[in-house]
Design a protein. Structure first.
Length: 67
């Protein structure tokens, strides 16, 4: 018996976030290593006490960014 398995390619789009105070864009592929956030970390996985590495704004001051 031969089984054929077909896998459909799934395209995922990473969500960028922009700081409403200074315009810094958080890219999950880059993370914020200096702020303790490793590359590959989704914005939703960042602790609530994280702050913008440029201006110090709170995580709550970021909004989704579609470029």
């Amino acid at each position: 018996m031969v089984r054929t398995i077909t896998c459909a390619a799934v395209e995922t789009t990473k969500q960028l976030y922009i700081c409403g105070s200074c315009g810094f864009i958080y890219d999950p592929d880059e993370g914020d290593p200096d702020g303790g956030i490793p590359p590959g970390t989704a914005f939703d996985e960042i602790p609530d006490d994280w702050f913008c590495p440029v201006c110090g704004a709170r995580k709550a001051d970021f909004e989704p960014y579609d470029g």
